[in-house]
Design a protein around this ligand. Sequence first.
Ligand SMILES: [Zn+2]
Length: 183
Amino acid sequence: MVERNPKRKRKTAAAFIAAGTANLRRIAANRDAFPKCGAMSKTTGQPCRQLAMANGRCYYHGGRTPRGKDWHRTQWPDKSAPDAIAKMENKLKMMERARKARERRLAKMTPEEHAAHVKWHRERPTGSPEYRERKRAERKQNEDARRRFAGYRAKEPDPIAPNPADPSDEIQIRNIEELDIFK
Ligand SMILES: [Zn+2]
């Protein structure tokens, strides 16, 4: 195994830098020709003008958000990257910052908001696209059933509740009271 001197900086070949610079210049010169991010900018209320990434969103608007089985899963740096350790440390720091921010947000929530938050996350677990699709279908089915059942219950009169329009209910209640089995 070759010993590496940590003080020795990795050198980038001049030709490599020149190629990168030329590429950036080419992009800048033809900026209008490249697809743009479709997100609405909060500051201007106009569509974002950043260059779009593969999924049609820029770096700031979800372009880097993983899809499929990696949705909502932490993305670790590539171990072959020259600065993999620094990236890893940075990632851990960002995760810690996000965790604290989440805790502050949760602490500010009302009990109802908190319950809604917990429900939302319980119903949307991470996993493979197939698993999430199945969960989505179940959720839809449950919501549908709940809606139908709620409508059904509203129409059905409660058989136990006394009907004020019917005097026989009044008599029945009196009979039950007169039984008084606990006497
Ligand atoms: Zn954007």
